[in-house]
Design a protein around this ligand. Structure first.
Ligand SMILES: O=P(O)(O)O[C@@H]1C[C@H](O)[C@@H](CO)O1
Ligand code: HPA
Length: 313
């Protein structure tokens, strides 16, 4: 049977309507249902010996965080049946399993973004795989443009909350029928970026002499960067930086009962005055993220060392 025919049958079964009438996220969630994600997880688990408790998502240019992993076992996304591919420079497309600060982890060297053409539900498929792998804590990282005038390029910002216009306007990864085995229909996300974990990150920052910032991550869909008015809107509504990922991943992690801690590397200063000369540039963003990757690595490994074991239960 053709793939499109299979998809139509799945949508018909779930909604009793033609696929054309159903949103992309809902279709994705119908196709990648619990059983399908179990199959993907089984395929992965059969090829690695590590059973990770921590899932790390590496942002643009931050894949080197995975260099810290010992006893590495790698799986290319491209080899996993029915798994999306990474298409963005700075995102390799590899799962790296192993030990980091003696804890079993899985690192995603490369994430999926909605602007690549993937629905938000598809972008967050790996988070559901995390859940079925037994992951209890997600460490999410990204490269972001600084809005807060007090921020400098190269700063690390602990995320205390996010503000996502795409999610608020229904580019939402949990749209569609809900499977309670993943999480509840209506998920409270008031404390999505766990306060205790943020405090541990700050303690690590002090110990490592990293001057960590804290702030709100504003999300745009991309792939174009923000206009000056977009940026002013986000800034005036409480965002300290802007990026194109993380919020939907954190939302799904929280929904799945996975604790979340996240930080951004401020890779550029977003223009908040009209007629600014330069705009953001992805190659430059990846370059800055790579320059700061060592600090990110130290922060992540020190953070895992400091974690109280009961946070991973
Ligand atoms: O994957 P992240 O969020 O780190 O990547 C940022 C946002 C866009 O994908 C890209 C823009 O340059 O970098
Ligand atoms: O300025 C930015 N805007 C959006 N996403 C980004 N990721 C890094 N920098 C930026």
């Amino acid at each position: 049977m053709e793939n499109s025919e299979i998809l139509n049958q799945i949508v018909k079964k779930e909604f009793n309507l033609p696929a054309q009438l159903i949103s992309q996220d809902a279709i994705t969630n119908a196709y990648y249902n619990y059983e399908k994600i179990e199959e993907i997880t089984k395929w992965i688990s059969e090829r690695v010996t590590i059973r990770p408790k921590i899932g790390i998502i590496c942002g643009s240019g931050l894949g080197e965080i995975a260099n810290l992993v010992q006893n590495k076992e790698e799986i290319q996304y491209a080899d996993i049946p029915e798994f999306p591919r990474s298409t963005v420079h700075g995102h390799k497309g590899v799962f790296v399993f192993g030990h980091l600060s003696n804890e079993p982890v899985v690192c995603m060297q490369g994430r999926f973004h909605p602007y690549e053409g993937y629905s938000t539900a598809l972008c967050t498929l790996p988070v559901k795989v995390f859940k079925l792998l037994g992951v209890k804590l997600a460490i999410i990282t990204n490269a972001a443009g600084g809005l807060n005038p007090n921020f400098s390029i190269g700063d690390l910002m602990v995320i205390k909350d996010h503000f996502s216009l795409p999610i608020l306007s229904l580019q939402h990864p949990l749209v569609g029928h809900n499977d309670e085995r993943f999480g509840p229909r209506f998920v409270p996300i008031t404390n999505i970026y766990d306060k205790k974990l943020r405090q541990i990150l700050h303690d690590c920052g002090k110990e490592l002499n990293l001057d960590l910032r804290e702030g709100v991550y504003g999300t745009i869909s991309g792939p174009s960067y923000e206009t000056v008015t977009d940026s002013l809107f986000y800034l005036r509504n409480g965002a300290d930086c802007v990026g194109m990922s993380t919020s939907h991943e954190a939302t799904v992690a929280c929904y799945c009962g996975i604790k979340v801690v996240a930080f951004s590397i401020i890779t550029d200063k977003v223009a908040i005055e009209y007629d600014a000369e330069d705009g953001s540039d992805h190659n430059e963003i990846v370059k800055i993220a790579k320059l700061k990757a060592k600090d990110a690595e130290k922060l992540v490994s020190n953070f895992i060392q400091k974690l109280n074991q009961n946070l991973l239960e």
